[in-house]
Design a protein around this ligand. Structure first.
Ligand SMILES: Nc1c(NC[C@H](O)[C@H](O)[C@H](O)CO)[nH]c(=O)[nH]c1=O
Ligand SMILES: CC(=O)[C@@H](O)COP(=O)(O)O
Length: 161
């Protein structure tokens, strides 16, 4: 189902595990910060809404989405229960979009394989700024909210296995 057919911000609190004792790291790319700040707010608000204490959320900023890989690797060393990688990559004139998107995707995938801490992929890869706006609190909801819920569920899975 495409994003246009669902609201990224909707979740049923009755299906969300108890997150009171989990710690979360959020690494935020500064590129397209009008988008990434919206994604961060969605993620932060969802974590708080589900009982995560404010002091159990660590935020670091990195220059761009490609640096999310290293930032998340170092965040994992902070003994958090899950990490959320937040970025916004928007198509420009060249193929750089393709390489950044592929690189960050593969890098975050690798962290999920190599380490024992789940890293949630909250990196928008949009053709236009409007598509990004629509997914960072606009008409399709907020990908950051979706990512926070995924992070809670994965932290819970990790704690039970
Ligand atoms: N064009 C975008 C970038 N490009 C920058 C790279 O992510 C990286 O910081 C640079 O290549 C230095 O290593 N980053 C985004 O997050 N979004 C873009 O649209
Ligand atoms: C994703 C990017 O790196 C891209 O936005 C940069 O723009 P351009 O391809 O025009 O250099």
């Amino acid at each position: 189902m495409a994003t246009k057919n669902k609201n990224l911000s909707q979740y049923d609190k009755n299906t969300i595990p108890n997150a009171n004792n989990f710690r979360f790291g959020i690494v935020v790319s500064e590129w397209n910060e009008n988008i990434t700040e919206g994604l961060y707010q969605g993620a932060f608000d969802a974590l708080i809404d589900n009982g995560v204490p404010h002091n159990s959320i660590i935020r670091w900023d990195v220059p761009g989405s490609f640096e999310l890989i290293y930032g998340c690797k170092k965040m994992i060393e902070q003994n958090v229960d899950a990490v959320i990688a937040i970025g916004s990559v928007i198509q420009g004139e060249t193929k750089h979009f393709d390489f950044v998107c592929e690189g960050v995707t593969q890098g975050i995938k690798d962290l999920n394989i190599i380490t024992d801490t789940p890293v949630v992929f909250c990196v928008l890869t949009d053709n236009t700024m409007q598509q990004a706006i629509d997914r960072a609190g606009g008409k399709h909801g907020n990908k950051g909210t979706e990512a926070a819920i995924a992070a809670i569920k994965m932290a819970n899975l990790r704690s039970n296995n």
